[in-house]
Design a protein. Structure first.
Length: 140
């Protein structure tokens, strides 16, 4: 990636470092060049009288540092996303396992006590029907 592309891509991070290095540059002047490498070099030359090669070297260093910071932030975000995905997968597996255990226990209960299971299911359905009926009646 060329320095011009790095400057444009990391302009917001670079702007602060450029201003630290060359404090005589104003925010308005930096806004005018808005990441254009050649214009930035020309502006710094005009304000400071420094040699073009010296300015370019400093800007290369600044853009490399800004790019490194961006790369590091991207890598950290990727690692956090991976950890979150692993945690989520682990939690989903636990939920699945517990659901299966509950399902197996319910099946065993129904096999061992079918009459009681039917009575409980009937009572639960009856209660649910009454609650839903009351809620629906209160909305009218």
């Amino acid at each position: 990636m060329s320095t011009q592309e790095k400057v444009k891509g990391n302009w917001n991070q670079m702007k602060g470092r450029v201003k630290q290095k060359w404090g005589q540059l104003t925010d308005d002047e930096l806004s005018e060049v808005e990441g254009n490498f050649d214009q930035l070099v020309g502006l710094v030359q005009q304000k400071t009288g420094e040699a073009r090669q010296s300015i370019e070297r400093v800007l290369h260093d600044i853009s490399d540092q800004a790019g490194g910071t961006f790369t590091q932030a991207t890598e950290t975000a990727r690692q956090y996303a991976e950890q979150a995905g692993e945690s989520l997968r682990g939690a989903a597996e636990q939920v699945r396992d517990r659901t299966m255990e509950g399902y197996e226990q319910a099946q065993e209960m129904i096999r061992s006590r079918p009459a009681e299971s039917v009575a409980i299911a009937f009572g639960t359905g009856l209660l649910l029907g009454i609650v839903v009926g009351l809620i629906a009646g209160s909305r009218d």
